[in-house]
Ligand binder design. Structure first.
Ligand code: PLP
Length: 389
């Protein structure tokens, strides 16, 4: 079975060593030493001055919206994970969707101004699949109309853009360290800002608004994370360069093998460093995408319709047609990509796709002949590998 993603696991002994320390100290949560150490190491690794480790990437967005005192309308992208929109509605703000650029899959800055009203307070954009938004264009519009900017950088760990960590941009950026992300702490996330006042506010909000033992200076929530989660984050940070390297290799292998395949790839906006977080392919039609997905599933290969459906069709928002996003969302598929995916498995995935496209409609019979002719060869290779391991 080839899943669409697999969580990275560090050496078990590394984690156990940290757990031993937790037992010795008997300090389990509430800004413990491992949380502090993880925050320091992340700042060092990412070359950042400020960050706060929080319990997940969703609450990171909610705290960002709250700390910036946003109300009214927030301009956002319909092509993202559901938390990008639900964080807005959760804070009783209204998401106003702006369609995406069909090449970058990010919010189209050229369409933002037309969506601004007197009630607009912010732009919340996602660096989709780690691909940097047109940050300067978005920031220029925000400056002109006195709007705040939040970047949902959940996919963008390790991305650098124009000499800075991508997390430095916007009034606040957020990330997720969920197990499915390329760098994770089982559950977890972080908020980033360059503004010390906003940082202070978010730090208070993270822990119920406590400003002293019995004093509260903000309305807060519980967005803290535990020593166990921080321990996993510390373990995984040692491997992150290796993970990034492996993903880059696999991403390039996919691109090479799918050269003759009638699909489009996401156009990546020239970051200094990219993280190859996902491998999305955009099919010419939903029909072909579904055929390919089914053909992969016959081989027990699981891809994912990511992101589908458009967030502008959620039942709790004002539903509006977003022609580009709706079209892309119906035709896009993310292929398996994780650091232990083997080249033989990647070969198998690409062959299934190429064959499905070449021979048109998926028929059980032709799939069986394919299995007889081509797959045994690859399967035997996989088996050899399994034996070796
Ligand atoms: C994963 C993800 C989130 C939410 O992060 P969690 O840590 O799972 O809460 C938010 N936005 C995007 C774009 C994501 O992919």
């Amino acid at each position: 079975m080839i899943p669409v993603t697999k969580p990275f696991l560090p050496a078990e002994k590394d984690f156990r060593d940290y757990v031993k320390g937790i037992w010795q100290r008997q300090w389990l949560t509430n800004n413990g030493p491992l949380v502090n150490s993880l925050e320091l190491k992340l700042k060092e690794y990412l070359d950042l001055k400020y960050l706060l480790y929080v319990s997940n990437g969703t609450i990171a967005l909610q705290i960002a919206i709250k700390a910036l005192d946003l109300e009214g309308e927030i301009i956002t992208t319909p092509f993202s994970f559901v938390a990008t929109t639900s964080a807005i509605t959760w804070q009783s703000c209204k998401p106003v969707f702006v369609d995406i650029d069909p090449n970058t899959l990010n919010i189209d800055p050229e369409k933002i101004e037309a969506a601004i009203t007197p009630r607009t307070t912010a732009i919340l954009a996602t660096h989709v699949f780690g691909n940097p938004c047109n940050i300067y264009a978005i920031q220029a519009i925000a400056n002109k109309h006195k709007l705040k900017v939040i970047f949902d950088a959940a996919h963008a760990f390790g991305v650098r853009y124009k000499g800075h960590s991508i997390f430095e941009y916007g009034d606040v950026s957020t990330v997720s360290f969920h197990s499915t992300k390329l760098y994770h702490s089982i559950e977890g996330g972080a908020v980033f800002t360059r503004n010390p006042d906003v940082l202070r506010k978010m730090a208070l909000m993270r822990s119920f608004g406590y400003s002293g033992i019995d004093t509260f200076s903000e309305q807060g929530i519980n967005a803290k994370n535990s020593e166990f989660h921080a321990a996993m984050g510390l373990c995984n940070l040692k491997y992150v360069d290796k993970i990034l390297q492996r993903r880059k290799y696999l991403y390039q292998q996919y691109k090479l093998r799918l050269k003759g395949f009638n699909v489009e790839f996401q156009h990546i906006e020239n970051p200094d460093d990219y993280n190859y977080a996902y491998f999305p392919v955009i099919f010419p039609s939903e029909e072909l995408m579904l055929e390919c997905k089914a053909a992969l599933e016959l081989e027990q290969i699981y891809s994912r319709r990511y992101f589908y459906p458009s967030l502008s069709s959620l039942p709790y928002v004002e539903q509006v047609p977003m022609p580009i996003c709706d079209s892309i969302a119906s035709r896009i598929l993310c292929l398996p990509l994780y650091h232990t995916l083997t080249t033989a498995e990647l070969d198998l995935i690409c062959r299934v796709l190429l064959r499905t496209q070449r021979f048109g409609k998926l028929k059980a019979a032709s799939t069986n002949s394919f299995n007889r002719e081509i797959v045994p060869h690859i399967k035997s290779k996989l088996n050899q590998k399994a034996v070796r391991n």
